[in-house]
Every structure is written in C-alpha cells, then in structure tokens.
Write a protein that binds this ligand. Sequence first.
Ligand SMILES: [Zn+2]
Length: 368
Amino acid sequence: MFSSPSTPQLQRPGHVRHCKYCLFGLPGTQVGLDASRLAIVFYCIGTLDLLGLLDSGSKPHEREEWRRWIWEQYVVSEHGAGFRPGPFVVTAVDGEDKSRSTNAHDTPHIIMTYTAVISLSILQDDLKRLDKKQLLSFLRSCQREDGSFSTIPGSTDSDLRTTYCAFAIFKMLDDWSGIDIPRAVSYIQRCRSYEGGYGQYPWNEAQGGTTYTALASLYMIPEAVQSSLRPQARLTDVERAQSVRWLVQQQTEAGGFSGRTGKEADACYCFWCSASLDILGAGHLVDESAVIGFMGQCQFKFGGIAKAPGEDAADPYHTYLSLAALSLGTARGATLPDESWKLEPLNPLLNARTSVAEWAQAKMSNAQ
Ligand SMILES: [Zn+2]
C-alpha cells in the first residue's frame, strides 16, 4: 500500500452522517424518492454496514426502530406476502390491521421485498415473521406470460430489475418451485444486445445496471437447473468475451464507468459494471486505481457520494453503490491509497456484505 497525495481519504464520518440524515427524513433534493422509501433505507443501512460502522455509528434503539419500521411494511395481500415501498399506500386507519392489504396499490412489491430482506439481515433480524409459502405465492403471481416479473401482481411494469430481485429471493429461500425458469431465462436472453450488454427490455440499448441484473440472475440459477436448460443460461465463451469487452470499454478516461456506450462516467456504474466483470470471472480487468481516484472526486463536501465529480448533491443510492464497488475492489486486492479505503467484502451476486448474504440465505432457507 502507498499513500497518494492526490487521492483524499474516504470521508467515512461524512458518509455515515449523510445516510443517517436520509434515514430520519429525506432532504429536499431527494423527495422524489419517497415512493421507494424502503430502497432508500437499504442504501442507507447498507452504507453503514459496508463501512463497518453500523454498531458504532448508530444506537441500539435506532437499529430497533429501523427494524420495526421495515416490518411495518410487511403486507399480506390476496396474492401472497411481501414488503410494500412505504406507508404512503396504506389507507387503514388507526386500530385497523395494517399488515393486511387495504387497496389495490397496497400490495407487496418485488424490488422492495428484496431490499427489505437484505436490510433486515444487516440488522440481524431472525426473519421468523416471513411466511415462506405466502412469499413464494406472491413471487409466482408476478411472473408474466413473457417470462418477466412485474413489480406487483397484475402490473405491466416489468424489466430485468424485477427479474433480478425475484431470483435473489428464490436463491435466498433456496426454493425455485412454481416458477417457469426456462421462460424467465428466455426473457433475459432476449434483452441481450449486439454489444454484449443487456437492455432493460428486449430490443433496448445495453445499459450497465441491467447488464448486471441479467448476468447476476443467470449465474444465480442452481447448478442442477442450469444443466437441464437448453439453450444454456450461462454465457457461451464467445458471448462472455463479447460482454467482457463491452464492460471493460465502459471504464472511461475519468476513471469511473459509464452506463452506456459514449456516456460520461457515473459512480453507480462502477458497481454495476465491475460486479458484472466479477460474475464473469474478469474482475482483474478493472483499473482499480482509476476507480478509487474517480470516487475520491465524487465525494460530496457535506458527506455522501455523488454520481459524478462537481455535482451539487450526493444521495444514498450512489453512496452505497460506490462503496459496494470499492468493496469488490478491496476483495480483488486493489492497491489502496490508505486504510480509509478498505471496506468489508461483498457478495457480488446478492449485492450484500458477504456475511449478510450468508445470514439471509441461512435464515430464509429455514423459513416456514
Ligand atoms: Zn448513477
């Protein structure tokens, strides 16, 4: 390790402050995210976790309050059980059972269910309140005719993000029963573009985030199922080489990764693209020093990490994903400017700290 005069330290106290601030109430720059509040909770708690500062950076009663609030979003609907985005869709009045769906919008949501389960695992919840049968029933009811998954049952709102979240939950449950895996794989394969990345929907331009969700989904399918699929789910050698080349080409001269060909570097794509390279066994092709230098410039003066240098605000999404990218870099043996940049190792498929991913899998696979 060496000390680089040009790269600042990772501003840990500022990043903790930013995320705790957002946990108590979203700043004006972030109010548009209120409809996906559970996801914000995941990025904030996940940031504290990756920094290894969850215990020292928060009090036990705060962590208990976060846990209680997440469980308040657990809802049982006619299609099964899962987590809603936040309390804004609840119409039940005080005294009524808020864990029962009260209107068509108050249903479990796949993306929020994934973020809730990881957040609860970070908080070391035993997940005993999860009803496995009801959760599987909810997930199955989201699979559409074309193989994709909708965010909520009956919705046409589906893309590769929801497929990823559904697959991550199946993996943690260690139960893939009742879903049509070949059809889901076929949908993912139809999203592959000529460049070697994946678009959000079939025929869309390749994008770093959806490329990650596609590859992570394909590589999460259990070995026993993989071997029976025709065509195979995992990439052929030719496809892999094409994807690796496209992903490597997204690292720009600024040091960070861009999300699409010809675009500017953006901190979140440092995770989406480098985690994709890890999944394909090509993480060693990331220029780690350049990523760290880019992240150093993306740090916001009042805490948090912005999407690019010079932005006028940071947000929990870019803060968490930047740290997740740095975690992968640490695991690959990146040369760090100093110890402040050293982070906890991350599971690239589940996008959670390694021991959190193990916790989630152990608790969920034993759920009743
Ligand atoms: Zn971004």
